[in-house]
Write a protein that binds this ligand. Structure first.
Ligand code: E4P
Length: 218
């Protein structure tokens, strides 16, 4: 499993990179708006220059031509930019055009294996099933990742699965076991993954023992 950060916050990205485990970033219009960014393209370029890996930036248009027109300059910002396109009929058409031009895409807002199959058929580089939002409506988000992964395996589909809308560490473990290639995490969840009370207690004990012995010998 590879770890991406699901954020447009530069401090969070820097902190995640410092941990040595982040190999990509995903953003969406909500996350970018939260940062109060005036220059969207400039911000995407800055993120792409920080991260050694794919950086997803989403289009806002709803029609095929509009999506393609937004996607081309986004992709031209930096070789690592991946264009995020919503799973609609128009979006699928845009993914086909972009994949013919060699522009990588991340098809977002995927809530069924059938939608994931359509995205793959259109030539998507990545599909993003939204685990947490499906749980929110009483369905099984991790089950969706499992179904997409097994369907792609049976069908020998190379499109990579990004488990998205991840809310807590259990989602991450489930995404990995289900066969997701990547989990994109809010910074808070990335930090939570590393924490265990026994690790902290162990470090405290090691230091106390060391200092007690040092005092004894000193
Ligand atoms: C996907 O790439 C999205 O940015 C994201 O995971 C959405 O998650 P949310 O449901 O927490 O908004």
């Amino acid at each position: 499993l590879r770890f991406f950060l699901d954020t447009a916050n530069l401090e969070e990205i820097r902190a995640g990179l410092r941990m040595g485990v982040v190999s990509g970033v995903t953003t969406n219009p909500t996350l970018v708006a939260r940062e109060g960014v005036a220059d969207f393209h400039g911000h995407v370029r800055t993120i792409a220059e920080l991260v050694e890996g794919p950086v997803s930036a989403e289009v806002l248009a709803l029609d095929l031509e509009g999506m393609v027109e937004e996607a081309r300059p986004l992709a031209a910002l930096h070789p690592q930019v991946v264009v995020k396109v919503p799973l609609t009929c128009e979006g699928l058409g845009a993914v086909r055009v972009l994949s013919r031009e060699g522009i990588r895409t991340n098809v977002t807002l995927v809530f069924s294996p059938q939608q994931a199959l359509l995205a793959a058929a259109a030539g998507a580089t990545y599909v993003s099933p939204f685990v947490g939002r499906l749980d929110d409506v009483g369905e099984d988000g991790s089950g969706l990742v499992r179904d997409i992964a097994s369907t792609f395996r049976v069908q020998s589909i190379g499109t990579q699965i990004i488990a998205a809308s991840v809310r807590h560490p259990r989602h991450v473990a489930e995404a990995a076991a289900a066969g997701a290639h990547i989990a994109t995490l809010p910074y808070k969840v990335l930090k939570q993954l590393s924490v265990h009370p026994l690790t902290e207690a162990g470090i405290r004990r090691f230091l106390e023992d060391w200092e007690a012995t040092a005092r004894h010998h000193g």
